[in-house]
Design a protein around this ligand. Structure first.
Ligand code: BDR
Ligand code: CA
Length: 335
């Protein structure tokens, strides 16, 4: 690592994989997590605040300010993902309630304060529906001059998850995602195409779960809640691999060389019907008949992640969370 740590703010809906992202941001030496803001998404916003404080406490993080944000999307009704993230929104791991408390400011005010107070431009990492971010951009547009980049987990070039074409964070609040795309700051889209691919091998998950250190053990428990299909013939036997999910977007901040991006026009489908919430990514090499006949219109250009070096990000994650060399963690986790 060279230079000073990157100032980072995470806007999240903790959430099992948001929790994995927070653990990485707290423990990676190249990142300086300055604040965390919470929004309704995977669970209700009060549950998100509680889960976020719990993770920071379990990780032994310094006293990072945490703020409560929007309780519902701009237009849609809130629609939780408890069937994925558990009744408490964070895997029902039976963790103790946090002793920490949120700060007195609302999320938009905390975002504004921390972005403007940072000695260097901040990297903003939304891993949730974009309601807080849209409200920030509309309320305090002056912050954009102080944002280095927005590295955003959301959207998909190919298949969606909430619908056949829409990714959850965009589907939950499509209008807010549309506001993000026109923020006028550089954006990296860490969408489902790469999100789904980064998985920690089952034997490494098992090793993390056996750790004596609370943060590393929590990472193992969270990863075990995000299983991909076990491969009984594979090297990890019955131990399923666990997806890093949102934590991959934090990897992309710490190590941007681990993803391959292309700068492409991206638009959110806002109309009613089966494409609502889809991110339409224009992969064409040249204009088509639509532009020839009807002309072009302004579209946001986004650095879209198309490829990811899975092993590089898994090693980055394991090393940061355990404080050990990833090779020795793998070696100490026999199949
Ligand atoms: C996104 O949806 C949420 O359930 C996850 O936390 C992630 O941010 C993936 O579509
Ligand atoms: Ca999330």
């Amino acid at each position: 690592m060279t230079g000073q740590p990157i100032p980072v703010i995470i806007d999240c809906d903790t959430g099992v994989d948001d929790a994995l992202a927070l653990l990485l941001a707290v423990r990676h030496p190249g990142l300086d997590l300055r604040a965390v803001t919470c929004v309704a998404g995977n669970t209700d916003v009060d549950g998100v605040v509680r889960n976020t404080l719990t993770v920071l406490e379990q990780a032994g993080a310094p006293d990072i300010p945490v703020a409560r944000g929007a309780a519902r999307p701009l237009i849609e009704q809130p629609r939780s993902a408890k069937h994925v993230h558990g009744e408490d929104g964070m895997g029902d791991l039976g963790l103790p309630a946090p002793t920490r408390t949120p700060c007195d400011l609302d999320a938009v005010s905390l975002l504004r304060r921390e972005i403007l107070a940072s000695p260097r431009p901040v990297t903003l990492v939304p891993t949730a529906p974009l309601t807080n971010i849209a409200l920030l951009l509309r309320t305090h547009p002056e912050v954009t001059a102080h944002i280095e980049r927005i590295v955003w987990m959301g959207g998909a070039v190919a298949a969606g998850n909430a619908t056949p074409v829409a990714e959850f964070n965009v589907w939950h609040d499509p209008e807010a995602a549309a506001v993000l795309l026109t923020a006028g700051v550089p954006i990296t889209m860490y969408g489902l195409d790469v999100f789904m691919r980064v998985k920690v091998p089952g034997r490494v998950v098992r090793r993390l779960r056996e750790s004596d250190e609370p943060g590393a053990r929590l990472a193992g428990e969270l990863l075990a809640h995000r299983p991909s299909a076990p491969d009984p013939e594979g090297p990890d036997g019955d131990d399923p691999a666990g997806g890093l999910g949102d934590a991959g977007a934090v990897c992309a901040v710490a190590d941007p060389g681990g993803i391959t991006t292309r700068r492409l026009p991206v638009e959110v489908s806002l109309g009613p019907g089966p494409t609502r919430g889809q991110t339409i990514v224009d992969l064409r090499a040249r204009h088509g008949e639509s532009e020839i006949h009807d002309g072009t219109r302004p579209q946001a250009l986004v650095d879209v992640a198309l490829e990811v070096d899975v092993e590089r990000y898994v090693d980055l994650y394991v090393a940061a969370v355990t404080g050990e060399d990833a090779g020795s963690v793998r070696a100490a986790a026999p199949a």
